[in-house]
Design a protein around this ligand. Structure first.
Ligand SMILES: Cc1cc2nc3c(=O)[nH]c(=O)nc-3n(C[C@H](O)[C@H](O)[C@H](O)COP(=O)(O)O)c2cc1C
Length: 195
């Protein structure tokens, strides 16, 4: 019999992540795949990566860590698939689950609305009872204004495939580790409150 590996996780206690994304032209899909792979490496388990446009939201019942990525579009707006599906997501009972957000944006072309869509999703999901983890430092990013900023942190990971694609892999890997550390710290309390 194989001894358990250090990365093996008890499926009953999680994390059981799923990566969901909304994209216009595919940049966020590529980043989502990197996030799913990084989670897989850390956890030693398969992590699904699904386009929100076609997702049966019933699958979320099997997951306690929702990793949601999207671009910001049309100057501070949601990509269209997220606009369509967000009301359904926002109507779910997500008590006991954790949410980690990541966003693609263009900090040079849209410096006053960089990653704004993260805030729209974050605010819409507050009534679901989901608890957000995975805040990420704004240090190292050049932008003027972002609705996704809280103090010296973003609501989640920001990547800029238009101007800094060479930084994406490193950012994704470091953020993924932070998400899992936040999960380990937060999940026991969230689960207790949800009972
Ligand atoms: C018309 C248009 C509007 C955009 N508006 C914003 C914006 O307000 N803020 C931002 O950070 N990025 C903005 N972007 C940049 C996109 O978010 C970025 O290119 C992203 O990587 C696209 O990802 P996607 O192909 O997954 O949708 C905009 C891009 C376009 C073409």
């Amino acid at each position: 019999m194989n001894a358990p590996r250090p990365n093996d996780h008890d499926q009953a206690s999680g994390p059981r992540p799923i990566v969901l994304y909304a994209t216009m032209f595919g940049a966020t899909e590529l980043v989502a795949e990197q996030v799913a792979l990084a989670l897989q490496r850390e956890l030693g388990t398969t992590v699904p990566c699904r386009d929100l446009a076609y997702l049966d939201l019933g699958v979320l019942a099997d997951h306690d860590l929702l990793v949601v990525g999207l671009s910001t579009w049309n100057i501070g707006q949601l990509p269209s698939d997220m606009e369509l599906r967000l009301p359904e997501l926002a109507a779910l009972d997500l008590n006991g689950k954790l949410l980690a957000l990541f966003g693609t944006g263009d900090a040079v072309g849209y410096p006053d609305t960089y990653l704004d869509a993260l805030e729209i999703v974050n605010d819409a999901l507050i009534p679901t009872g989901v608890e957000r983890i995975g805040a990420w430092p704004v240090a190292g990013y050049s932008f003027v204004e972002s609705r996704a900023q809280r103090g010296d942190m973003f609501l989640g990971l920001g990547v800029d495939e238009d101007n800094e694609p060479e930084l994406t892999e490193e950012r994704v890997n470091a953020w993924t580790r932070k998400v899992l550390a936040d999960y380990a710290e937060t999940a026991p309390r969230v689960r207790l409150l949800a009972v």
